[in-house]
Write a protein that binds this ligand. Structure first.
Ligand code: RAM
Length: 328
């Protein structure tokens, strides 16, 4: 009897030790197996360590679809997580499920690729969209001497972030400075290496006068660079866009890429986790017009639209790519 009672007491104590206020933050990414999101996950875990009582549930579909993310969010609602930090595969299709989560008290924050305003409490952008779009056109222009045909190889067709950047790029191309550059097409590799590679090969074969491929996706830029090498077009077609130094160092060396850009995905995942935490904790400034406390990243302002932005994109070339390839 005594042993049973002691066991029961221990079990009760054990329950108590399970810290009822442990905060569970689910990071839902566009898809698993993408190095960019692996890095964001590292940042989320860094934040969790600092915040102490936080557990990160890292999840996402195998291919980047809204349907896959809806299924995952449904299951996170049943698991009663405290917050969802999501990089959305579609700005609108996920709104009803995100609203359902919020109605159950789950704090939904989007990062990287945003949810429409009504589906989240905040969107954390890596940087300003205008800067990201302009930067990519500038890099392409520099590589091809300001003239010639260019194509865009994007991620999935509904991706919020890529579509915003493509919109900016099209506007930037209307400026007189870039009038000799012609965008011939936009194609989608769905952030899958094999599909992106096939699309890139298709571009190179369909447009014999193509001078540059801009891939505003880390998966696409890697695949397009490989396609240019395999088609023996190094020096004739230049690839640029957004890439991870760790994946791009070889392509810079091969000459397929002169310059590319990106922000720090570790810091982005870290700050998004802090944002979710602030909303869970009901920090009074975590609201549109306020700011979040993002730990080592300092305070990040939230505009009236509920959006915040981190640092400008950083440019990589043969002078610095090796150094950064050790980080992300
Ligand atoms: C891919 C994803 C991600 C984007 C980066 C640049 O990894 O599409 O959403 O921000 O590229």
């Amino acid at each position: 009897m005594a042993a049973v009672a002691a066991g029961l007491l221990a079990a009760i104590a054990g329950c108590k030790e399970q810290a009822p206020d442990k905060i569970r933050i689910a990071m839902v990414v566009k898809n698993l197996g993408n190095g960019f999101f692996d890095a964001a996950h590292t940042g989320a875990e860094d934040a969790a360590k600092e915040l102490k009582n936080v557990e990160i549930i890292y999840t996402g579909p195998t291919t980047p679809s809204a349907e896959g993310q809806i299924e995952i969010i449904n299951s996170l609602i049943s698991q009663k997580v405290n917050a969802i930090v999501i990089s959305a595969n579609d700005p609108n299709a996920l709104v009803p499920i995100a609203k359902k989560a919020m109605a159950r008290g789950i704090k939904v924050v989007s990062f990287d690729s945003g949810l429409a305003k009504e589906g989240r409490l905040m969107q954390l952008n890596p940087s300003n969209a205008e800067l990201i779009g302009l930067k990519q056109i500038q890099m392409a222009s520099d590589a091809i001497g300001g003239q010639g045909e260019i194509a865009i190889l994007s991620a999935s067709a509904q991706a919020t972030n890529q579509n915003i950047w493509i919109g900016v790029m099209k506007k930037v191309l209307e400026q007189p400075e870039f009038s000799k550059m012609k965008l011939v097409t936009v194609t989608y590799g769905d952030d899958q290496s094999d599909k992106s590679y096939r699309e890139a090969i298709g571009l190179l074969r369909s447009y014999p006068n193509l001078k540059a491929i801009i891939a505003p996706t880390t998966v696409g830029i890697n695949a397009a660079s490989k396609a240019v090498v395999d088609e023996h077009l190094v020096g004739k077609v230049f690839v640029t866009g957004l890439g991870l130094p760790s994946e791009m160092a070889g392509h810079v060396k091969s000459g397929a890429v002169r310059e590319f850009a990106i922000w720090n995905p570790i810091d982005l995942g870290y700050a998004a986790t802090y944002a979710a935490y602030d909303f869970v904790k009901n920090q009074p400034t975590a609201r549109p017009g306020g700011s979040i406390n993002a730990g080592r990243m300092g305070n990040i302002a939230i505009d009236a639209n509920g959006e915040g932005a981190m640092a400008p994109p950083f440019t990589y070339n043969k002078g610095n790519v090796d150094k950064f390839s050790k980080i992300f």
